[in-house]
Unconditional design. Structure first.
Length: 206
């Protein structure tokens, strides 16, 4: 996955999961009130009622997370997994909106319907979003390879300095010729003639 698409995928993943967690946290109070059924505050029934929403939400989060991971490798979940996901989502919705329906208040029904519905939609979308972003990354063209650093060029003055040092160390019977210059400096054939001429000029001035 290319770096830019991977970064967007991580952001989308975090935002979706944050929305899911906030939606489930919002429903916790309503579910507790539904389960407590008017029990006195801090009574055993009232305290135990706080366990109902986390029990359902944790199972739902485990299923969603497993579904997201297996989808990356093209592994499809079985019917029981999808049934468990739909059941936990439906249970959260019913327990969260029950008191609103009993009260007959449309405003309360809307208010308590939005968080569980957001959780439901995000739960269905988060896996597909990750899959589509992965497909987009695979379809994106790869970045061109970085050009290889060019080797530094040896200047005429550098070759001439090498040739002069070799001439100073040569034996008397060695003649300065273009072939000899190429041998000691490794320069090109065209440059060796100029270097040999420069060395001969140096010798004429000395």
């Amino acid at each position: 996955m290319s770096e830019s698409v991977e970064r967007v995928a991580r952001q989308v993943d975090r935002l979706c999961w944050t929305g899911i967690l906030l939606g489930l946290a919002f429903t916790m109070t309503n579910v507790q009130q539904f389960a407590a059924a008017g029990a006195p505050v801090w009574s055993l029934a009232w305290s135990a009622a706080w366990l109902l929403d986390p029990m359902v939400s944790l199972v739902l989060l485990a299923i969603l997370r497993a579904e997201q991971v297996t989808a990356r490798y093209g592994v499809r979940m079985g019917g029981w997994v999808r049934a468990a996901k739909w059941f936990t989502l439906a249970a959260t919705y019913v327990m969260n909106t029950w008191s609103a329906f009993v009260a007959g208040s449309a405003a309360l029904v809307v208010l308590h319907s939005v968080p569980p519905l957001v959780v439901f939609v995000a739960a269905e979308a988060v896996t597909e979003l990750r899959d589509k972003l992965g497909a987009a990354a695979n379809a994106a063209p790869s970045a061109p390879p970085a050009p290889a650093p060019s080797a530094p060029r040896t200047s005429f003055a550098d070759y001439l300095a090498v040739a002069r040092a070799a001439r100073a160390a040569r034996t008397p019977d060695v003649k300065v010729t273009p072939a000899w210059v190429r041998e000691v400096t490794g320069c090109s054939r065209g440059l060796s003639s100029r270097l040999a001429a420069a060395l001969m000029e140096d010798g004429g001035r000395s």
